[in-house]
Design a protein around this ligand. Structure first.
Ligand code: ARG
Length: 458
């Protein structure tokens, strides 16, 4: 008979059992479920709600069950529906009637809300570590490339020269925000719902603050109906994970472009590339493509849970069992993508010469040529037009700006002097942008130190 089978005369259909059972995916919360039950039974004993000896036997047996699960000695039963009832069933098998006292003053509704919060807290901590490692790698790589000139693009058209360090540290900023976002989600996940009961709390004199303390939560939920039906923290986490994937995906897209034959800015290490079964020359950046591709499923899980939650009347409804698979898959996905990405970028070869060559083409120093004229007193609009005409001349004659002779410069404006050559060198273009937030080597070196201090403070 089912643990809840008292008011039933018939048994459930076995296909139905398979349909509504969640053990195939919620078994991964076995540890949280058991530790939650240990704290609950300890509290029941302390409050005199169940005999102290019973509470102690329950706690001891639960920990034995935990060890047996970890040693692979336990097989879960689909008929016992979910992890909560599987553990309780095993407990009752082992210690009989005493085990039947565990569920006093508790419902699976607050139990599952507790378990998933505990589980996701651990996952957030793991993912924060992976984001930390990525940030560390980015900052270290940036330190090696403060003078590596790279074309900067807008519209994927050559725009202005930057450095590889500047580019890498743009992502550093994104991941700093991601790290902070995970910390925010953690705060709101770290609230203890047990004691909410099915929805209207309980008449037993339970001590919720004791359980909260035992399990290392910050605070308790303050409304039992909200306590069992809130899944905002799942949605928030999926949102934070989606944003991380979006950042990884943009970066992957760039790496795929940079790794292509037409750019050759980087070359992926063999360990992070694959070949083609038909084209012998191929070395494809599959890992980057796969990370970009997996972004879709994480977004999908966010949409899934938002849609599941939008029409659910208070309080618990079985729809909410659908909260788990998506967020579990998202967490698993991030835990694979982040370390692969970090290793992939830290092992790729940077081709500085090709980056430099690309930055030299495409008139990326045109703005600087105009700015130089402005500094000599030419109004910006006029300067813009003069340099525009020079660019046209260069295009027609297959030259770059720095290849023009002084006479050719002077043909458009007699303000030009030989100083223009230094003013439009790529190094000058980058390093005169000393403003905070800019690409100059001087500023970027400072920023790398700031980032080091930030990383050390985490
Ligand atoms: N497996 C269920 C879930 O994940 C546990 C809670 C079930 N509660 C209930 N009243 N059926 O949501």
């Amino acid at each position: 008979m089912k643990l809840w089978g008292g008011r039933f005369t018939g048994s459930t259909d076995s296909f139905t059992d398979h349909f509504h059972s969640s053990i195939s995916f919620d078994s991964r919360m076995y540890k949280q479920d058991i530790l939650g039950s240990v704290a609950h039974s300890k509290m029941l004993g302390k409050q005199g709600i169940i005999p102290k000896e019973d509470s102690e036997l329950i706690q001891k047996t639960l920990l034995e069950i935990l060890k047996d699960i970890e040693d692979g000695k336990v097989t879960f039963d689909e008929k016992a529906e979910d992890i909560h009832m599987n553990v309780e069933t095993i407990l009752i098998q082992r210690i009989g009637d005493v085990g039947k006292r565990l569920h006093t003053g508790r419902s699976r509704n607050d139990q599952v809300a507790l378990d998933i919060r505990m589980y996701l807290k651990d996952q957030i901590t793991d993912i924060k570590k992976l984001v930390y490692e990525l940030m560390h790698t980015l900052n270290d790589m940036a330190a090696e490339h403060t003078a590596t000139i790279l074309p900067g693009y807008t519209h994927l058209q050559n725009a202005q020269p930057v450095t590889l360090a500047h580019h890498l540290l743009a992502y550093m900023e994104m991941f700093k925000r991601d790290y902070a976002r995970l910390g925010d989600v953690y705060k709101r996940t770290n609230i203890m719902p047990l004691g909410s009961g099915a929805l209207a709390a309980t008449t037993y004199p339970i001590d919720r603050r004791f359980v909260c303390e035992e399990l290392g939560f910050d605070d308790i939920t303050l409304n039992s109906m909200d306590g069992v039906s809130d899944r905002d923290f799942v949605i928030e986490l999926l949102s934070a994970l989606s944003i991380i994937m979006m950042h990884l995906s943009r970066f992957c897209e760039e790496i795929i472009i940079w790794n292509s034959q037409n750019y050759k800015f980087v070359e992926m290490d063999d360990a992070y590339s694959t070949g083609s079964s038909i084209m012998p020359q191929k070395k494809n950046p599959d890992m980057a493509e796969l990370i970009r591709g997996k972004t879709g499923r994480v977004y999908g899980h966010l949409m899934g849970i938002l849609t599941t939650m939008k029409g659910i009347p208070l309080a618990y409804n079985k729809d909410m069992q659908e909260d788990k698979e998506g967020v579990f898959d998202a967490v698993d996905t991030l835990k694979m993508c982040l370390p692969v990405f970090t290793r992939m970028i830290s092992t790729m070869t940077v081709n500085k010469a090709n980056m430099y060559k690309a930055a030299k083409g495409g008139f990326m120093n045109a703005t600087d040529a105009a700015d130089w004229l402005v500094k000599q007193g030419v109004p910006f609009r006029d300067a813009h037009a003069i340099v525009g005409r020079l660019v046209l001349y260069c295009v027609q004659n297959g030259k770059s700006l720095d290849e023009l002779t002084l006479d050719e410069f002077k043909a458009e404006s007699d303000v030009f002097t030989s100083e223009i050559y230094n003013a439009i060198s790529l190094e000058t273009c980058v390093n005169t942008r000393t403003v905070e937030g800019g690409p100059s080597e001087a500023y970027i070196k400072k920023l790398i130190e700031t980032n080091k201090a930030y990383l050390a403070s985490l």
